[in-house]
Design a protein around this ligand. Structure first.
Ligand code: F6P
Length: 337
C-alpha cells in the first residue's frame, strides 16, 4: 500500500486497518515508501503486526508521502509496472486524493493495474464519496481557531481574517465557518467580491457589532492577486504562499477603516491526531479496501454513502471535483452581515 499527496490525519489508521484485515486472512502486507515515488524507485518496507501497532491515534503517515506523478517521471509508469511484477504484489492499495487516485485510475484503465483506492484529503473535494477522512479533523482544528479568535476580536474591536486550506473548494471554510459563527466566508465556488464582503461587514457594524470574523479559503480568487512560484508534478502552485488572507485583510481595513488582523492556519490543519470520527471512517475504509483487494475488485474505491461504506469506480471519484453545493452555502450565508 502507498500514501500519496498531502498527508492528513487518519492515514495511519487506514494502514493499520488494511494490515489487520489482510494479516488476519493470512496475507502479507508491504508498505511502499513516499507514494508513487517509492513504486517508481522500488523502495518498500515489510509491514507486520509490530509495525501496524499503535497507529490509530497517530497523525501523518508512517509510509511518508510525496507529490510524485509517475506519468511525469521519465520511464516512471514502466518502472511502476516492473516493480509490481518483480515483487509479486497481488494488489495495490492507493490511499490519496484527486492526484494520487487520478494516477491509480489511469494506471488501471491503461494497464489493468490491480489497484483499489481509499479517499483521503482534508479538502473533502473527491467525488463519489460523501466524506474523505481527514476533513473532520481539519474542520475541528479550524473551528477551535475561530472560537479563539472570536474572544480576541471582541476585546480589540477588530476584524479577524482566518485563512484556511482548500485548494479548489471551500469545504473547510464553509463547514468550520458555520460551526464557528463566521460573519463572512469567501470560497472559490462563490465569487463574492471584496466590495460586497465589506458591505456586509459595514452592515454588521452599523447594527452595533464592533468585531467580525471572516473565513477565507486559500483558493478564493481575489482581484489583482496572482498565483506565483513553483508548480508541482500535478500542476499545482503553493497557495499557502499566495497570501490571500493577508491581502484580504489589507483590503478590508483600507475599504472599511476597521482595524483588521490575519491568521493563516496552514499545515496545522493537517497535523496531529485524527478525531474519533476520522479514526472510525479511516478504519472502515481500510477494511473495505482490503476486502476489495482480496475479492479482486480492482479499479474500485471505498466510499461513504450516507452511513454505509460502499465501493465505487475509481474513475468516478476523480473525474470532477466535489464542490460546496448551494444549500450548504445558503446555510453559511444566512449569518453574513
Ligand atoms: O490538498 C490538500 C492540501 O492540504 C491543500 O488544502 C493545500 O493547498 C495543499 O494540500 C498544500 O500542500 P503542501 O503540503 O504541498 O503545502
Amino acid at each position: 500500500m502507498l500514501t500519496g499527496g498531502g498527508d492528513c490525519p487518519g492515514l495511519n489508521a487506514v494502514i493499520r486497518a488494511v494490515g489487520r484485515r489482510v494479516m488476519t486472512r493470512g496475507g502479507e502486507v508491504v508498505g511502499i515508501l513516499e507514494g508513487w515515488k517509492g513504486l517508481v524507485e522500488g523502495r518498500f518496507v515489510p509491514l507486520g503486526p509490530r509495525e501496524i501497532s499503535g497507529l490509530l491515534p497517530r497523525g501523518g503517515t508512517i509510509l511518508r508521502t510525496t507529490r510524485t506523478n509517475p506519468y511525469k517521471v521519465e520511464g516512471g509508469v514502466q518502472k511502476v509496472l516492473e516493480n509490481l511484477q518483480r515483487e509479486g504484489f497481488d494488489a495495490l492499495v492507493a490511499i490519496g486524493g484527486e492526484d494520487t487516485l487520478g494516477v491509480a485510475a489511469r494506471l488501471y484503465a491503461e494497464h489493468d493495474l490491480p489497484v483499489v483506492g481509499v479517499p483521503k484529503t482534508i479538502d473533502n473535494d473527491l467525488s463519489a464519496t460523501d466524506y474523505t477522512f481527514g476533513f473532520d479533523t481539519a474542520v475541528n482544528i479550524a473551528t477551535e481557531a475561530i472560537d479563539r479568535l472570536h474572544t480576541t476580536a471582541e476585546s480589540h474591536n477588530r476584524v479577524m481574517v482566518v485563512e484556511v486550506m482548500g485548494r479548489h473548494t471551500g469545504w473547510i471554510a464553509v463547514v468550520s465557518g458555520i460551526a464557528g459563527g463566521a460573519d463572512m466566508i469567501l470560497i472559490p465556488e462563490q465569487p463574492v467580491s471584496i466590495e460586497d464582503a465589506c458591505k456586509e461587514l459595514r452592515h454588521r457594524h452599523e447594527r452595533g457589532k464592533d468585531f467580525s470574523i471572516v473565513v477565507v479559503s486559500e483558493g478564493y480568487e481575489l482581484e489583482g492577486l496572482n498565483d506565483a512560484g513553483e508548480v508541482d508534478q500535478f500542476g499545482h502552485t503553493r497557495l499557502s504562499e499566495r497570501g490571500v488572507g493577508a491581502a484580504l485583510a489589507r483590503e478590508i481595513e483600507s475599504r472599511t477603516g476597521y482595524e483588521t488582523r490575519v491568521t493563516v492556519l496552514g499545515h496545522i490543519q493537517r497535523g496531529g491526531s485524527p478525531t474519533p470520527r476520522d479514526r472510525v471512517l479511516a478504519t472502515r475504509y481500510g477494511l473495505k479496501a482490503a476486502d476489495l483487494a482480496g475479492e479482486g475488485k480492482f479499479g474500485r474505491m471505498a466510499a461513504l454513502h450516507g452511513d454505509n461504506i460502499v465501493d465505487v469506480p475509481l474513475a468516478d471519484a476523480t473525474k470532477e471535483l466535489k464542490t460546496v453545493p448551494p444549500d450548504w452555502w445558503a446555510v453559511a450565508q444566512a449569518f453574513f452581515g
